[in-house]
Design a protein around this ligand. Sequence first.
Ligand code: GRF
Length: 220
Amino acid sequence: MAAKRRVAVLISGRGSNLQALIEATRDPAHAAELVLVISNEPEAAGLSRAAASGIATDVVSHRDFAGRPDFEAALTARLESAGAEFVCLAGFMRVLTDGFVERWRDRLVNIHPSLLPAFPGLDTHARALEAGVKVHGCTVHFVRSEVDAGPIIGQAAVPVLPDDTPASLAERVLAAEHRLYPRCLDLVADGRVRITGKTATADVARPPDWQFLNPPAAKP
Ligand code: GRF
């Protein structure tokens, strides 16, 4: 089996997506191995998840630096010394400059809790409810300098139910995130995602034909 690609994860908090990546990459068949987790918040719960799994952790607090470029230079230095080939953002709450994004171009991946290009930015679940959409979800994409944009690697959809609150919808989307992110990372690390201009295409078998209807089709 080919050597796994070395992946670092940047977090700021809870780290449930990190946990999903930790569990998935334990599988010898997954193309990635996690070599480092960096948090900009010293108290991030995700740091303990990584440590409990024997993954190296580091705290690089943005507060210790005069500006974004210095903060990011410290991040890149850590990532390089860990030999990271790809970087996953998983609830990393700092906006990155063009310099960092270009340094890691096509090797920097993010997960966002909406079906982009709908609802970039914050409070995606409340905004989805307000807009009255019937299907919502999450997106894994390559990072570009425009926030929550960049070639889409994969998306997962969930229904929006009539009695949903932002919290109940967030929970449903989060479960989808935990399935989507490891799958997309596997494809990227395996070199099976081709980027052409603004789009990314994964080399995968054609999925079975299906349609997702919400409300569901009436019973015959
Ligand atoms: C997730 O909803 C992710 O889509 C967004 O931030 C949240 C992080 O959650 N970017 P967690 O820290 O992975 O639990």
